[in-house]
Design a protein. Structure first.
Length: 439
């Protein structure tokens, strides 16, 4: 392909309107689907639009029907590269054509294509062309088109139910313009007026979402719908990226929007389709590292996303950043256990029993494991402290439980077994054997 296509692939060459405002181009391939093993999904984990499709693919259990290829978050003059051009953890080669860039797929589908080379791309392996490159349509396709191949429990997941369609459409409309695309309008603006117009519209819309979520766990109909999926992909990027990189800094989600923050944490921690589709390394690397017209020196801000900045904590505590202290207390002599099985138990407890669960003041969330001839108790206890209001167990669970394990030499030299770690709001216990156990 000899044609110079960098005007179509280099984000820093993107044309803005004369007033400096960003207008997203309309997607070009808008076909729909037939059944069968013929589709392949190309995504970037950094991209919110592509992440919509990843989430719905998982929610609907389409993993074995539609395979995914992830491109590198490091875009350059030729747009989105595959691993052979830009190796990066979690990035793939193109398994179908060994393409170097996403743009090669577009030009394979249509050599005269003049639009932007965007992700996501839903590819038809049989016809060797693009089925659709518009995420809002791809998620509707995924919602129903493969139902005949799916078990009942997945068929019954309907993210765009008939009875809620008009409400979902109405909400999507302003959420798209003012929030999903609103952050880009603020971030890509090259005039003060365009930026200010976008940023105020964005925060007015977030205020509106906050009011909706104050009384409900979901945006529409008190159930998970595509409206939640479409909003999630923007909100999960908000504090780590949009606040700084796109100057969307009137408020943060974690400090300014308690109901949106609760909704975000619930969705992220309770539903693996959302958590597993979120890759913060790809997100940060792409926005800060590739959009050089916004961030000339590619400096990526430090952020600990899952431990305090965005997603941690329950009601009023942030587990990893709790004021006060963390103290590890060891039990006396008792049964010792090796570190490896202890960690297996901790991980199992956190991943399968605990994460996302709320622990009200005075209550204990616990489980007992039988390990060979003895038992292991794992628990989290919410202390009643006036400055705490219980907590929700977050992704920091494993670390907190390993503190007593590490601090008490389980399986180690001085004969002590497990123990507990105490801080202002809670106590985390890891207790192998029965001696010293008091849960
Ligand atoms: N309307 C499309 C928009 C997709 C889109 O703009 N993707 C961005 C990444 S987040 C992209 O690939 N941009 C590359 C470019 O514009 O060159 C959709 O929702 O699927």
């Amino acid at each position: 392909m000899s044609r110079d296509t960098t005007d179509q692939s280099d984000v820093s060459k993107m044309q803005l309107a004369p007033d400096g405002s960003f207008k997203r181009a309309v997607s070009s391939f808008r076909n729909t689907i037939e059944k069968g093993d013929r589709y392949h999904l190309y995504v970037s984990y950094s991209c919110p639009w592509a992440t919509r499709t990843l989430i719905v693919r998982k929610l609907k259990g389409l993993e074995d029907i539609i395979y995914v290829t992830a491109v590198s978050p490091k875009t350059g003059p030729n747009g989105w590269p595959f691993a052979q051009v830009s190796p990066f953890p979690g990035v793939d080669e193109d398994p179908l054509y060994k393409s170097k860039h996403i743009k090669d797929l577009y030009l394979r589908a249509d050599p005269a294509y003049t639009g932007r080379f965007t992700v996501p791309v839903l590819w038809d392996k049989k016809l060797g062309t693009i089925v659709n490159n518009e995420s809002s349509e791809i998620i509707r396709i995924f919602n129903t088109a493969f139902n005949e191949l799916l078990p009942e429990e997945k068929v019954s997941i309907d993210l765009y139910p008939n009875t809620l369609r008009s409400e979902i459409d109405a909400l999507n409309e302003w959420v798209y313009h003012d929030i999903n695309n609103g952050v880009y309008k603020a971030g890509f603006a090259t005039s003060q007026e365009a930026y200010e117009k976008a940023v105020h519209a964005l925060f007015d819309a977030l205020d509106r979402v906050e009011r909706i979520l104050a009384d409900s766990d979901f945006l529409v109909g008190n159930r998970l719908t595509e409206a939640d999926v479409r909003l999630f992909v923007t909100i999960i990027r908000f504090d780590p990226v949009y606040v700084g990189h796109f100057k969307c800094n009137i408020r943060t989600i974690r400090d300014g929007y308690p109901s949106i923050h609760r909704w975000l944490r619930n969705i992220y921690w309770k539903n693996p389709a959302f958590k597993d589709s979120t890759n913060f390394e790809h997100i940060k690397t792409h926005y800060y590292g590739s959009q050089v017209h916004v961030n000339l020196n590619r400096v990526i801000p430090w952020i600990s996303v899952e431990t305090g900045m965005t997603l941690a904590d329950g009601n009023n505590v942030t587990l990893s950043k709790r004021a006060g202290f963390e103290v590890v207390t060891c039990y006396g002599f008792g049964t010792k256990i090796d570190r490896a099985p202890a960690i297996t138990v901790i991980d199992d407890w956190c991943d399968n029993v605990a994460i996302g669960k709320g622990v009200p003041v005075g209550a204990t969330l616990w489980a007992r494991y039988n390990y060979g001839t003895f038992t292991i108790l794992v628990s989290a206890f919410a202390l009643s402290n006036p400055s705490c209001n219980g907590f929700i167990i977050d992704g920091n669970c494993n670390r907190l439980l390993r503190l007593p394990l590490d601090g008490c030499n389980t399986g180690g030299v001085n004969g002590k077994q497990g123990g507990y770690e105490t801080d202002l709001c809670g106590q985390w216990r890891f207790d192998p054997g029965s001696n010293g156990s008091d849960v």
